[in-house]
Design a protein around this ligand. Structure first.
Ligand SMILES: [Zn+2]
Length: 441
């Protein structure tokens, strides 16, 4: 099967679930959740053609793949993850700033080599598919070749990918340091060749305020402004207010800024296409500003727990109307699987007296993330015309999951237990634009 054959048809049969709208925070979300047990997902030329009930099967012109007894979901979207950090995932004993020095920077230095970048990009994208994720917003390294390799590999697979060369011209090892002029030239070249091509988009990517000079941040803001009309505008990704030592450091580096977030704001880096990881230590003024410009937070609970950074308060963001999308943040996070992100997210919120329903969790890693990235017309749900990025999941693996599924009395109970207990081992097959790219026996 290839995406190049426009007449290509495919009918997948299984328990289809997707969201028609934001389900809110209650367990009862009947008009937002569309569930078709043993339903039919019809795919034509890589796009969703229709979702039909079990009683309404397609005619014989539709080749069929039978996934009855499996759960069919839109591919998960990971809005914040670092491709080169697969090499240092689960590294012992450090908080953010020390972890960067000891593990991350040495690992990222290897990606100066184009061959390392090429192999790393393919390994990373394959790993995403293995974990049920079909679209992502990704940090490369400071090297132009690393984002080049990610774009090329994603293009070959037909995946939705947003990435960019990391900007870093101070407070980092010399072999990972760029300068304003070279960084600008590299970004312009990558934007010209990749932004808006197929399913690819460019993200201006200052690592965080500490590793970019004010001149480099101003250059980054200039890129966003200069290309604001190009394919809907560039994206921006960075980190903000992750850990308290980091927040104090930023305050010292930028004494004129009101807050950490304000450093980015002053340099024109906050737009409706800006995705800021963490945001644990923002204040009410910051949140109001993010809501005003439409920037989103990548909530990274696995990483926040692993590095001991703090507990993100989703309810506070929600009440300020700031968009939130759960993210793996590998390699600070310890799994690429967004189900594990949601499991950690549930626990982080529980410590603060908040409850993440299966509906809000699964919405947030599909249609909600698509909305935050202005991609709701393309991915995150199964409305006709969207691209058919589909993951087939096993409802249960092993004694515990099977017993728990057998005991569930309601659809929410079933999905909640699944969200907490399932992981990448439950992935049976991953389709991108209707093409089967990964499957397990
Ligand atoms: Zn990160």
């Amino acid at each position: 099967m290839t995406a190049n054959n426009p007449a290509q048809r495919l009918a997948l049969c299984g328990d289809i679930l997707h969201f028609l709208r934001d389900p809110g925070w209650g367990e009862d979300a009947t008009d937002a959740v569309h569930f078709e047990p043993d339903g039919w997902l019809l795919i034509e030329a890589g796009r969703v053609h229709a979702v039909r009930a079990a009683s309404d099967p397609p005619d014989a012109s539709w080749p069929r793949q039978d996934w009855r007894g499996h759960l069919l979901l839109p591919g998960f979207i990971d809005p914040h993850v670092h491709a080169p950090q697969l090499d240092v995932i689960a590294s012992y004993g450090a908080a953010l700033l020390d972890w960067l020095e000891r593990y991350t920077f040495p690992a990222e230095a290897r990606y100066a080599d184009p061959e390392q970048s090429r192999q790393g990009a393919e390994r990373f994208l394959h790993a995403l598919l293995e974990h049920g994720t079909t679209a992502a917003m990704v940090f490369a390294t400071v090297h132009k070749t690393s984002s080049e390799a990610l774009f090329a590999a994603a293009q070959r697979l037909g995946m939705r990918l947003i990435t960019g060369k990391v900007l870093m011209d101070r407070n980092c090892p010399a072999n990972l340091r760029d300068d304003v002029a070279q960084a600008e030239a590299d970004c312009e070249d990558l934007i010209a060749r990749w932004h808006g091509v197929d399913r690819l988009a460019y993200a201006v990517t200052p690592r965080f305020a500490a590793t970019s000079s004010p001149e480099q941040l101003a250059m980054a803001g200039g890129l966003l402004q200069r290309h604001a009309q190009r394919a809907g505008g560039l994206y921006m990704q960075t980190h903000v207010a992750e850990n308290r030592d980091e927040v104090r450091w930023i305050a010292g580096l930028f004494p004129d800024s009101r807050s950490y977030l304000d450093v980015y704001d002053r340099h024109g880096l906050l737009t409706r296409r800006s995705m800021l990881a963490h945001g644990i230590w923002l204040d009410d003024t910051d949140r109001a500003r993010m809501a005003q410009v439409g920037s989103s937070i990548a909530f990274s609970p696995s990483s926040n727990l692993f590095l001991g950074s703090g507990l993100f308060d989703w309810a506070q963001a929600e009440s300020a109307r700031v968009g939130v999308a759960p993210a793996s943040d590998v390699g600070g996070g310890t799994s690429l699987c967004q189900l594990r992100t949601l499991t950690d997210g549930y626990k982080v919120l529980a410590l603060q007296g908040q409850r993440l329903t299966a509906w809000q969790g699964l919405y947030a890693v599909t249609r909600g993330a698509a909305r935050a990235l202005e991609l709701e017309h393309e991915i995150g749900h199964f409305a006709p015309g969207t691209l058919a990025d589909v993951v087939v999941w096993r409802w249960a693996m092993g004694t515990v999951q099977h017993r728990r599924q057998d005991m569930a009395r309601s659809l929410h109970e079933r999905l909640f237990a699944w969200m907490l207990l399932a992981d990448e081992r439950n992935v049976a097959a991953t389709y991108v634009q209707g093409r089967l790219l990964y499957s397990t026996p």
